[in-house]
Design a binder for this molecule. Structure first.
Ligand SMILES: NC(=O)c1ccc[n+]([C@@H]2O[C@H](COP(=O)([O-])OP(=O)(O)OC[C@H]3O[C@@H](n4cnc5c(N)ncnc54)[C@H](OP(=O)(O)O)[C@@H]3O)[C@@H](O)[C@H]2O)c1
Length: 391
């Protein structure tokens, strides 16, 4: 039934900063057979994006444009029913995301986003997972820098270790770059909603079954020196360890007893202290409505780092995995994490769901559970490094 739909892929949010980069990536790299469309709430802005794409590939001058607004349920139903896969960059997701998830779950349409907001992901599990399982839709959140390098990096690491005993992996993230208005707004929103985030996590825990007969944990680490890398490690409570834990729960390759710890790695201790104090200050300020409004007003939607700034940006995630007497150190690395590489990860994930031979899954699934090696191979071909440093 879904093969009869007019589009393989609809990109929602193409008028935004990250959506525009994702559209440009598809214009440069999608196979000719891809039947795709752009969707957004503003037809004039959509037409301007299409002009940019036609400058990359003149065949895109007629790319279909779909008008859809998250406040208009019928418009989202039309988008979801017209496509096999919908990828969205419309955030903050906790404010704008749910209606499209609901439309895709109901229509049996595969859905992808680049959220890093745990509250949103947990709420979508509680409200839409069962419906998506019923219709066969795959709901794959966090297909950007949150959380593809970490999710696939741990997958790459554990598969070099024996799966018949306990496995432990530590991930150490380093990155340099600037952020867009969308990232800034989503982060401030998340910091201001810690109570809602805990409630959503509790509601999910109360209904989500655990892995059968296996133990799978994401544990908080401690601040400490990692001598091997000459760096300081600071526990990083992002969505990434949650995604890794869910992948481990879904796949037997992580063994009978798996644990993951997630850290930011920094060269100098003073940087750790300044970052900690700065973050605590921002979290305090966003809890108060007037300062939150002031902070949110500092950056306007659509703004983001220039091409020159992005060209200087980078990321490197190292993983140390142990199990069965073996120890393996791996690395995932690439360019601008927030935007160029996120656009690549989202676009390749969408093409992977649309065209690759994948395991049967449905409902809310992680990138590894839904796409595993097929996505890893795509990202390697697209220039993201996955390598083993020592084994
Ligand atoms: N996980 C990661 O690694 C990662 C990386 C990058 C970004 N992100 C996330 O991606 C999201 C987007 O970031 P961005 O910098 O691209 O933001 P942005 O430039 O502000 O773009 C937001 C997009 O949402 C659209 N939008 C807003 N309200 C809408 C509505 N009611 N109906 C339909 N569309 C609506 C905007 O349309 P208009 O153009 O019409 O206003 C625009 O296309 C953020 O949540 C950010 O946190 C995540």
């Amino acid at each position: 039934m879904r093969a009869d739909r007019p589009y393989d892929l609809v990109l929602f949010g193409a008028t935004g900063f990250t959506g525009g980069l994702t559209a440009e990536y598809l214009a440069r790299h999608a196979p000719d057979r891809l039947r795709w469309a752009l969707a957004g709430r503003n037809p004039d802005k959509l037409a301007a994006v299409r002009e940019r794409l036609a400058a990359i590939d003149p065949a895109l001058a007629d790319l279909p444009l779909l008008t859809a607004d998250v406040t208009d349920t019928a418009s989202l139903r039309a988008v979801a029913e017209s496509a096999r896969v919908v990828a969205t960059t419309v955030g903050p997701y906790v404010h704008h995301g749910e209606p499209l998830v609901a439309a895709c779950a109901a229509a049996g349409t595969d859905y992808l986003d680049i959220t890093g907001e745990p509250e949103f992901v947990d709420r979508m599990y509680v409200r839409h997972h069962a419906e998506a399982v019923r219709t066969g839709a795959r709901l794959v959140h966090a297909c950007g820098f949150d959380s593809i390098p970490h999710d696939l990096g741990v997958w790459y690491t554990v598969r070099q270790l024996p799966a018949d005993g306990p496995i432990a992996v530590d991930g150490y993230v380093r990155a340099g770059g600037r952020f867009s208005a969308g990232t800034y707004h989503s982060a401030l929103t998340a910091f201001s909603r810690t109570g809602e985030m805990s409630r959503a996590a509790r509601a999910r825990r109360a209904m989500e079954p655990g892995p059968d007969g296996r133990r799978v944990r994401a544990l908080p680490g401690k601040v400490g020196r990692v001598r091997e890398f000459g760096q300081w490690a600071v526990p990083l409570p992002t969505i990434d360890p949650q995604v890794v834990r869910r992948s481990a729960a879904a796949r037997p390759e992580y063994g009978p007893d798996f644990r993951y710890r997630h850290f930011a790695a920094m060269k100098r201790l003073p940087t750790v202290l300044v970052a900690g104090v700065g973050l605590a200050g921002v979290v305090g300020l966003v809890k108060v409505a007037p300062t939150r409004r002031w902070l949110l007003g500092r950056l306007a939607s659509g703004q983001g780092p220039t091409a020159a700034q992005r060209a200087k940006s980078w990321f490197q995630v190292r993983f140390v995995g142990t199990g069965g007497g073996w120890r393996v150190v791996t690395e995932v690395a690439g360019g601008d994490p927030g935007y160029d590489e996120t656009a690549k990860m989202l676009a390749e994930s969408a093409l992977c769901l649309a065209f690759d031979d994948l395991p049967e899954t449905a409902g809310q699934v992680t990138p590894v559970a839904a796409m595993g090696d097929a996505l890893l191979d795509r990202l390697v071909r697209a220039g993201i490094t996955f390598r083993t440093l020592s084994a």
